[in-house]
Design a protein around this ligand. Sequence first.
Ligand SMILES: Cc1ncc(COP(=O)(O)O)c(C=O)c1O
Length: 371
Amino acid sequence: MLWIPGPTEVRPEILAECARPAIGHRSAAMTQLIERLDPHLAYAFGLAEGSSASLGVHSCSASGMMEASLRGVGKRVLSIVNGAFSKRFAQMVEAVGSESTTIDVTWGAGVDPALLRKVLEEQGPFDAVTLVSNETSTGVRTPIDSVSEVLKDFPNTLLLVDLVSYIAGAPVDFDANGIDFGFAGIQKAFACPPGLAVFCASERYMASAREQKQRGWYLDPVLLIEGHKARKTPATPTTPLYYALAQQLEDITAGVTLPEAEQHLRGKEAWQARFDKHTRMLERTDAWAKSRGLELYPDAQFTSPTVSCIAAGSIDVAEFCAGLKERGFEISNGYGDLKGKTFRIGHMGDHTEEGLESLIHAMDEVLGAPL
Ligand SMILES: Cc1ncc(COP(=O)(O)O)c(C=O)c1O
């Protein structure tokens, strides 16, 4: 069983959706398939009533949409870097020929809003700020509003947010949080197979994007949003994954993926119950770590509801992971420089609290009695 921080386990019913007969992507069947997505993506992105934001779906991984997001903004981009994926976002700024400035935050923490303000004032103006809301490499969740509150005083700076291991695991308030472009793959808290990305763009992001001359083609955000609106993908889509996503979104909204006692919930309440489950799983994982004399790696105010990164202390992480694998459970070693120093558990998607208890039992078995 996959307890890594994504890809995560996919229910057999969702995998079965990928085995449907092929359809032409210019057919009425494809139009209907695309139309199944938006009402539920609106819950995932937390769109306000009457929101003017545009939803989209594209056949690529999340990194593709990370790059696409940068193609719709001007050349001066400020990146908040507090882990491996936010570093990738900053590197992409240069890769698309823009000018990258970074705020390097100690791994394990989120950005200090006062520092963000200072950099914006002293080194601005910036066309955009990049943020990874949930650093999968460190288990750090940066509250999006801590950044967007500061940006209210810099109205010409757009906010681009990586929601990869966060969305569908915790509430995103796209409009209230002043996000201009948010994106994710579907293999994390959506609990679908990898290969499709979802995204949402504000009106002012679209206006900015239309002004940019060289947006490429396959990752042109304007082409993608317009294609999605017209229910016509610019290129051949990964149709089997559209089926999987549509079914999973409908199931989440219908309460199907919730614990039995909550399966009567529908719509917004069902999504909220999914988020609450993730919070309880974080709390249980934290309590287990403490029971073993271990600590979560991030500062307490930044712990992620979907990915727990635990400082390993004297545990041999490679051996620990191997012992778990023998028992049928896969968790992840630390990422990059944190390899051997931390281990990560992805308690997201359709994982259940009972399942987490089984993992905890196996972890206790591999570690033996607490020291
Ligand atoms: C926070 C974050 N951003 C971006 C990515 C890149 O996603 P992908 O490998 O789907 O392109 C990942 C992958 O794990 C991630 O965790």
